[in-house]
Design a protein around this ligand. Structure first.
Ligand SMILES: NC(=O)c1ccc[n+]([C@@H]2O[C@H](COP(=O)([O-])OP(=O)(O)OC[C@H]3O[C@@H](n4cnc5c(N)ncnc54)[C@H](O)[C@@H]3O)[C@@H](O)[C@H]2O)c1
Length: 286
């Protein structure tokens, strides 16, 4: 886990909270859940966003965050950002598109946040930053990254940017290594990797309202009995995250949906993403 500052005073209420990627799957769940966390909620996306709530609490902006001017406008007069915008999976676009959205977009966001005096950034990282660790081994937050693919590597870059902007510019940064965000788990891997909609909303809210911190890394998981990722107990305690759902409730339904024993997907934490285009030698991977 990262460096939690001491002293936990009362919950924060920000003046303006920005959600990037607000039209996406996670953003759509967070939007109502974060109501009341700030005086105003700014929603930003490349795509159009559904109409406002009509109470004057929400603002909508549209544009490509990889454009520095767009990122600057999006973060103006913002105190806290939840940065979800990006391509969310290995197969979500060409390598160039992933690099543009997840590297250039993330850099533009952090740089604009710094220029506009944003206090806190909550970055949607991914479990795929540690995908090439052996599946049988528990993984924490201190191990060096071993991304499952280019997407995971793009999230390693985002976490490194977070560390840089925390250390160099004093922005409070929390990196959430989100597991599999679904209404319900869809296969055996997700019995340990799942985060429910409700727990994702709880986690985001905790990070928004937490007392000051410097740099935190947390896994975005439900309270799964089979969880394999951890090492973030102090960070969780600092933000007060107490997940309430457990993928085990779905074990009978999906426990049999698993990769073939001995396959690359079965051997590593990143599962099928590690297998995509694999041309290495699993025996050489410790
Ligand atoms: N869904 C998951 O299971 C999961 C797991 C781990 C991490 N994450 C991360 O969480 C974040 C949100 O995931 P999601 O599932 O909601 O994805 P999503 O694709 O549903 O939403 C992402 C949104 O970002 C927007 N976007 C992409 N590029 C942009 C750009 N250049 N400028 C502005 N907006 C841009 C897209 O239009 C989209 O609406 C992503 O960063 C993803 O990598 C998701």
């Amino acid at each position: 886990m990262g460096d939690a500052a001491p002293a936990p005073p009362a919950a924060r209420r920000w003046r303006r909270l920005l959600i990037t990627g607000a039209a996406g799957e996670i953003g759509t769940v967070l939007r109502p859940a974060l109501r009341g966390c700030a005086e105003r909620l700014r929603l930003h996306d490349l795509r159009p966003i559904a109409p406002l709530d009509g109470c004057g609490h929400e603002e909508v902006l549209q544009g490509d965050l990889a454009e520095p001017g767009v990122a600057l406008a999006a973060t103006r007069e913002v105190d806290c950002v939840i940065h979800l915008a990006g391509i969310p999976r290995e197969t979500g676009g060409t390598p160039e598109a992933i690099l543009r959205a997840n590297l250039l977009g993330c850099h533009a966001l952090f740089e604009a946040a710094q220029q506009n005096g944003v206090r806190r950034v909550i970055f949607a990282s991914s479990n795929h930053v540690i995908g090439f660790y052996r599946a049988g081994r528990a993984v924490g937050t201190q191990e060096p990254p071993r991304p499952s693919g280019l997407y995971g590597a793009s999230k390693v870059f985002g976490e490194a940017l977070g560390r840089l902007y925390a250390d160099k510019h004093g922005i409070e940064v929390a990196c959430l290594r989100i597991g599999a965000f679904r209404a319900r788990p869809g296969n055996a891997r997700e019995l340990h990797a799942w985060i429910s909609h409700g727990d994702m909303a709880r986690l985001a809210r905790c990070c928004v309202e937490a007392p000051p911190f410097h740099f935190l890394v947390l896994y975005g998981l439900s309270n799964n009995r089979r969880a394999k990722w951890g090492g973030d107990a102090a960070a969780r305690a600092h933000v007060g995250y107490a997940p309430q759902d457990d993928a085990e409730a779905f074990a009978a339904e999906v426990g049999g949906i698993a990769p073939e024993a001995g396959s690359v997907a079965a051997q590593f934490h990143g599962g099928s993403v590690c297998e995509l285009g694999f041309s290495g030698d699993p025996a050489r991977i410790d």
